[in-house]
Write a protein that binds this ligand. Structure first.
Ligand code: ADP
Ligand code: LRH
Length: 501
């Protein structure tokens, strides 16, 4: 019996899980859960959106303390959302709260960047979809801000992605775990190293000198050091200090690892704040068609490539629910909310779930109504209709992403695996099966945390070394729910109503 602890921070909530592997079965206990969300303030240029990373750090410590109180903890691993980072000064002190990827500070920056370095040249190296919040564009925003404060620029000595920042606070070790580093846009996706070619180009053409900021890369499964935070009192069963093990620290990498697939013929939907929809490949796809479809090649555990598309996801629903709460509507449970959505007319109002206007926080019902008006779709009138509009539009976006992933990569898909909090949304799962025409296997809900735990268990020798072996344990430990495609309203007709961007 071996127990390890996973810190899994999502953009909507964070948790610390204790995972115990006994007789090839993983048992997971949630020892701490806390809400998360970017915090809105302002600066002299306008709105500012940041993560309260010190509050997260407190929650992480509380969770680890709780895990340690229940018994020995053989290892700890950390994953969070991608792209965001903290900058350290030469003394290793955090300079400022990490900016949120939803901050409007990066509006228009990719277009500016591509004037110096064409998108095709960038994609040929990093294979990454263009999202205005990719770290590379955020650094351009920092540079703009620092132009007004040259002294501050000289203070930035090290860049640590959020999970690596928390890991640094636990161990003192400064690294960049490779799956999350692949979301920066600074990696050569073929060699899995920082791209010196790209770093030179970015320095010469955009005036951004990043080489000194980037730490050593590590693969998932690396023992990073022991946890040196005295108040945590974590120790292993041998009485030694508990080590921190690097995992797929990009939450999506851990989620994909936890897909309980029987073979390679699957598509995944990691369904939480975002929906990440794609296939697992051995090698990146960097064709012009892939670039045009804005598909991304992010790095996975064990040399895999996560070939996927970001779909705006349940964030849009969360923002609607927040808005209705601010307006004083009573909170309803999931069952009642989804019953209202199920009772609303099917495929009545469809929007493009990748419209960039859905990215920033705000009055989401108003934005959805606006997108419907603009597209000539009927505006939703009731809460049920708004929720149905989101769920139908998500299912349509999933259908497109699965089809595109197969077409662009040549990969054959027979099953769709849906993991994450959204896999509890039975209406969304059924409509995804209907829209894709494929069976959907839903679960595990805590896929990301489970992927995190399994990589640690393997690193300390308690779990099989191969990916199919890890997935076999996950399948045996967490039953899934299967949704079969049903005939219903025509998704082909729905498809024609929403133009592709
Ligand atoms: P993240 O890790 O990005 O914070 P999660 O994987 O925890 O996200 O998923 C959060 C989402 O899961 C919520 O936005 C919500 O839409 C959905 N969700 C959570 N619980 C339920 C439930 N009981 N029924 C349906 N959907 C749920
Ligand atoms: C999901 C996620 C996604 C990134 C986004 C910033 O949580 O990590 O894979 O694109 O957050």
């Amino acid at each position: 019996m071996t127990t390890v602890a996973a810190v899994d921070l999502g953009a909507t909530s964070g948790r610390v899980l204790a995972g115990t592997l006994a007789n090839d079965t993983l048992h997971v206990e949630e020892v701490n859960r806390f809400p998360n969300g970017a915090i809105s303030t302002r600066n002299r240029r306008g709105a500012d959106l940041q993560w309260d990373v010190l509050a997260l750090w407190q929650h992480v410590q509380d969770g680890l303390r709780a895990a340690g109180r229940s018994g020995p903890v053989e290892a700890v691993g950390i994953d969070t959302w991608g792209v965001d980072y903290g900058l350290l000064d030469p003394e290793g002190r955090l300079l400022a709260n990490p900016a949120s990827y939803r901050s409007e500070r990066t509006n228009g920056l990719p277009e500016r960047f591509f004037r110096h370095l064409p998108a095709a040249d960038l994609y040929a190296i990093n294979g990454l979809q263009v999202q205005q919040f990719n770290t590379i564009f955020q650094l351009l925003a920092d540079r703009d801000a620092f132009l007004h404060h040259p002294a501050a620029a000289s203070l930035a000595d090290r860049l640590l992605l959020v999970p690596d920042l928390l890991g640094y606070w636990l161990t003192g070790r400064e690294v960049a775990e490779i799956t999350n580093a692949s979301t920066t846009g600074l990696l050569d996706v073929g060699t899995r190293r920082w791209s010196t070619t790209l770093l030179d180009l970015v320095r010469d053409r955009c005036g951004l000198d990043l080489a000194g900021l980037l730490p050593e890369l590590v693969e998932p499964g690396t023992v990073l050091g022991t946890i040196e935070v005295p108040q945590l009192e974590l120790c292993t069963s041998a009485g030694a200090p508990t080590p921190l093990v690097s995992v797929g620290s990009h939450d999506t990498a851990s989620a994909v690892l936890a897909t309980p697939a029987v073979d390679e013929h699957f598509a995944f939907i990691s369904c939480g704040t975002w929906s990440l929809v794609g296939v697992e490949l051995d090698a990146p796809v960097r064709t012009p068609e892939s670039l045009a479809a804005n598909f991304t090649n992010e790095l996975g555990v064990d040399g895999t490539v996560r070939y996927l598309k970001n779909v705006m996801g349940l964030w849009v629903m969360t923002e609607c629910l927040n808005h209705w709460r601010y307006e004083g509507l009573p909170d309803l449970g999931w069952d009642q909310l989804l019953a209202e959505a199920a009772a609303a007319p099917a495929l009545r109002s469809l929007v493009d779930m990748n419209d960039p206007r859905l990215l920033a926080p705000g009055d989401m019902p108003r934005r959805l109504a606006h997108l419907c008006r603009e597209a000539g779709e009927p505006e939703p009138r009731t809460r049920g209709e708004f929720l149905r509009c989101i769920i139908d539009s998500l299912a349509l976006a999933y259908r497109r992403a699965v089809e595109d992933a197969c077409r662009l990569s040549g990969h054959e898909v027979r099953t769709v695996h849906m993991v994450g909090g959204g896999s509890q949304n039975a209406l969304l799962c059924q409509l995804t099966a209907d829209a894709t025409g494929l069976p959907v296997d839903a679960g595990p809900v805590e896929g990301t945390g489970i992927g995190n735990l399994m990589v640690q268990l393997r690193a300390i020798g308690a779990a099989p070394q191969d990916l199919p072996g890890l997935r076999r344990i996950i399948r045996a430990s967490f039953p899934t729910t299967r949704y079969l495609p049903c005939s219903g309203p025509s998704w082909d007709a729905a498809e024609a109503r929403v133009p592709r961007p």
